[in-house]
Write a protein that binds this ligand. Structure first.
Ligand code: NIG
Ligand code: FE
Length: 428
């Protein structure tokens, strides 16, 4: 088969956000360069981008001639969102926690009243793997419809060997069906379960000596994460677990400095973690250490919005030349939001990131936060054809008209996997 038999030419693009340019995560003023084309076009062959740029240039290329044309009707196209931090497998929402929090009850007190992470753990332990997979599948469709094409998914609500593996198997089962690409993370150290309350060291051992080897044996995770924070896991405990992960060639992430200045960011830098996430209480010293280690700071502003807590210092991180990424942190306790467009809005209005910085942080830098920056996150020749069509003429409208879903088409690996308006089946 020659390329034009399977090629598709996407036209009718009012603005094409490519993020073409230098390799590597974008930092500082580099985060503002979207490499934007007015009247763009994308030429796709199977799962790859053959070329992306101005309509005039792309449509004149030889393989464009025989390609099937898809007219997007004057809308904005950008790389698919990479949501690099989520906890998407759980059985029930935590509506009681939500109501309590509104009346002023704090995260710790909610946990003491039987809510919090451990309440999700008790319901998940009673739910079967196929049921969890079915629920996760439905949530995956919601992500896809909002423009997310790659999703990091953590375990962390099982907290025993069987239940953690059950969650990761549910993730693997759904991931194998596609079309969303899923990056699996073991978060055995999300909280100390009740039965280990008085023998923490045994729980750390369980995560390091049993969960991690089992996950490797069954090929169920690419990353290991730890909730390194006050009331959860200390720096020393986190380090034990993460060193074990690194020793068996898993990559590491850390929930760092979310509730307090816990030392998580510094640990992330010391271990050269791929990402340090949350960072609400990060300091200038931590920033310098992260910069040196090449660790990506992943900010989670929709969770601050939902909890009514202090935002991470995005402007300071960017001015320190750190390649900031953004994620939803979708979970039943602190961020029941799967829409990265909402994250864009909150990042712009509350953390004062520019629209351009926020777009870079949800696409290219986010792809680096899951170790896939060489293949995903920008629309350049040779990269995977993962992009989304937004029902707006100007990309700034995406965070401007907030709280709605602008996405009308999602393309994953060159295939149209969501097409609200039937644009791909219209004859041109
Ligand atoms: O990222 N920080 C820890 N974990 C989640 C919260 C999970 C929950 O409350 O269920 C977070 O915010
Ligand atoms: Fe989280």
């Amino acid at each position: 088969m020659n390329s034009s038999d399977s090629a598709k030419l996407f036209v009718g693009i009012s603005q094409l956000v490519t993020l073409a340019g230098t390799e590597g995560p974008r930092r500082g003023s580099g985060m503002s360069d979207l490499s934007l084309f007015q009247e763009g076009a994308i030429l796709v062959d199977q799962d790859r981008i053959l070329a992306a740029g101005s309509f005039r240039e792309i449509s004149a290329l030889a393989p464009a001639r025989g390609a099937r044309k898809v007219d997007l009707g004057g809308r904005v196209v950008l790389p698919g969102f990479v949501d690099s931090h989520t906890h998407p497998v759980f059985a029930l929402p935590r509506l009681r926690d939500f109501s309590l929090r509104i009346t002023g009850v704090g995260y710790k007190e909610i946990a003491e009243k039987g809510g919090g992470i451990l309440s999700t753990v008790s319901t998940i332990r009673e739910t079967s793997e196929p049921e969890l997979a079915e629920q996760f599948q439905e949530r995956m469709n919601s992500f896809l419809e909002c423009g997310t094409t790659t999703l990091e998914a953590k375990s962390g609500y099982g907290l025993d060997l069987h239940s953690e593996l059950k969650i990761l198997k549910a993730i693997a089962r759904v991931a194998s069906q596609g079309p969303l690409e899923v990056v699996s993370t073991l978060l055995g150290a999300h909280a100390v379960p009740v039965e280990y309350r008085y023998r923490r060291a045994d729980y750390i051992r369980l995560v390091a000596e049993e969960m991690i080897p089992s996950v490797v044996k069954h090929g169920l995770a690419e990353f290991v994460d730890v909730f390194c924070d006050k009331g959860y896991f200390t720096v020393l405990e986190s380090e034990k677990i993460l060193k074990k992960a690194l020793a068996v060639r898993l990559k590491v992430k850390i929930h760092a400095d979310q509730l307090s200045h816990s030392g998580g960011a510094k640990l992330a830098a010391r271990l050269k973690a791929v990402s340090a996430d949350h960072l609400d209480h990060v300091t200038s010293k931590d920033m310098a250490a992260l910069k040196k280690s090449g660790t990506i700071p992943v900010l989670i502003p929709a969770s601050n919005f939902f909890l009514g807590t202090k935002y991470a210092p995005a402007r300071r991180l960017i001015s320190q030349d750190l390649p900031v990424a953004l994620a939803t942190d979708f979970n039943p306790g602190t961020c029941p939001c799967w829409n990265m467009q909402m994250v864009l809005s909150i990042a712009c209005t509350q953390m004062k990131m520019t629209v351009e910085e926020a777009v870079t942080a949800t696409t290219l830098n986010a792809a680096y936060a899951v170790g896939r920056g060489d293949r995903l996150g920008s629309l350049v020749a040779g990269k995977q054809a993962d992009f989304v069509v937004m029902d707006v003429e100007d990309y700034r409208e995406i965070p401007y008209y907030f709280g709605v879903n602008h996405c009308v088409m999602t393309v994953k690996k060159g295939q149209v996997v969501y097409d609200k308006l039937g644009l791909a089946s219209q004859r041109s």
